[in-house]
Design a protein around this ligand. Structure first.
Ligand SMILES: [Zn+2]
Length: 333
């Protein structure tokens, strides 16, 4: 007699329940599913690695889904093709939101590249502070913060209790980014995003920049800081002052892509596809193509803020597009 197939949902529920039982050392005799502790469902979220002589960590700050799914992707008429690409790779037609914060330590220098969601009521966001604590780094040990752009998932974590979350850290940003948000009338006319939350978003970013003003140090495209450890690479489009950071130590290099990619498949399969959050979609495509072509040609090790955690990998040419090739998980000694 053939057994009825176990549904995927049933399988997942059973597996998760089994894991919870195994982890707590208890067993369920009542037949009811044991509650799954948040620690178990979250799993590890600090990934240590190295870039030359520098210690690096990828810290996961959040886990959520972008509710609108492919509805966030443009051009609209390409969505059926996007769906086909997703199905061909066994991907659900949904867009997960990974938030990966890069942390570097070289001696007494502790550098943070964007700071995640910060304090939130949502328990699935704002894990950076816990991540730092788990590594053993206190907020006052962070010596420099770098900002790619001022969307809330990037800037908010720099502020805690209305003050700088990292009291001894300089705050580095391109003037084009700061000036956009602080200007009299930030222009979102090219963006495909929902415009309703914008006044609140702008006010929030302005407030953050004001709090951080005393420690702000403006960057220039091409700047090299910390003896060449950090190179600033302007990459406008997602926002006017969006920038990437190229980390170099010895012969090693890591290019932090920041928000050039919001999905591990879509933004690579066809770099012309954009996400609604881009302020300037046409410019975002030009920038993305430039970075993808160079990174693929040079086999650059890359890191993505919104790519599946821990977010390290390479961009590989694939037909007329590209592919994100994640680096295999390694344990460092
Ligand atoms: Zn982002």
């Amino acid at each position: 007699m053939a057994l009825p197939p176990l549904s995927r949902r049933g399988f997942l529920t059973t597996s998760a329940g089994a894991l919870a039982v195994a982890a707590t050392g208890t067993s369920s005799v009542s037949g009811a599913q044991p509650a799954i502790s948040p620690q178990i469902t979250r799993g590890p979220f600090i990934y240590p690695f190295r870039i030359g002589e520098v210690e690096a960590w990828s810290i996961s700050d959040a886990n959520s889904m972008l509710g609108e799914g492919l509805g966030l992707m443009w051009p609209e008429e390409q969505r059926p093709t996007m769906q086909t690409v997703m199905e061909a790779h066994g991907e659900p037609a949904a867009i997960p939101l990974y938030v990966n914060v890069l942390l570097l330590r070289r001696g007494k220098e502790v550098l943070l590249f964007d700071a995640g969601f910060g304090e939130r009521e949502n328990p699935n966001q704002g894990w950076l502070y816990e991540g730092l604590a788990a590594i053993g780094i206190t907020p006052d040990q962070v010596t420099a913060g770098f900002l790619s752009h001022a969307h809330g998932d990037h800037i908010n974590g720099f502020i805690k209790d209305g003050k700088a979350a990292f009291p001894n850290a300089a705050f580095h940003v391109l003037p084009a980014e700061r000036d956009f948000w602080q200007g009299p009338n930030p222009d979102f006319s090219e963006s495909k995003r929902n415009k309703k939350p914008l006044p609140k978003m702008v006010a929030s970013a302005q407030e953050k920049f004001e709090i951080l003003a005393p420690v702000t140090e403006t960057l220039r495209d091409g700047d090299e800081l910390f003896d060449g450890l950090v190179r600033v690479e302007a990459s406008p489009g997602h926002t006017a002052g969006h920038c990437c950071f190229r980390i170099r130590s010895g012969d090693d290099e890591l290019l932090h892509l920041m928000d050039l990619a919001h999905h591990h498949l879509l933004m690579f399969a066809d770099p012309n596809w954009t996400i609604a959050f881009d302020h300037h979609p046409v410019q975002a495509v030009v920038t993305r193509k430039k970075f993808w072509a160079q990174a693929a040609y040079q086999h650059t090790r890359c890191y993505g803020f919104h790519l599946p955690w821990p977010g390290i990998g390479q961009i590989v040419s694939d037909g007329s597009g590209y592919r994100w090739w994640p680096e295999a998980w390694k344990w460092v000694g």
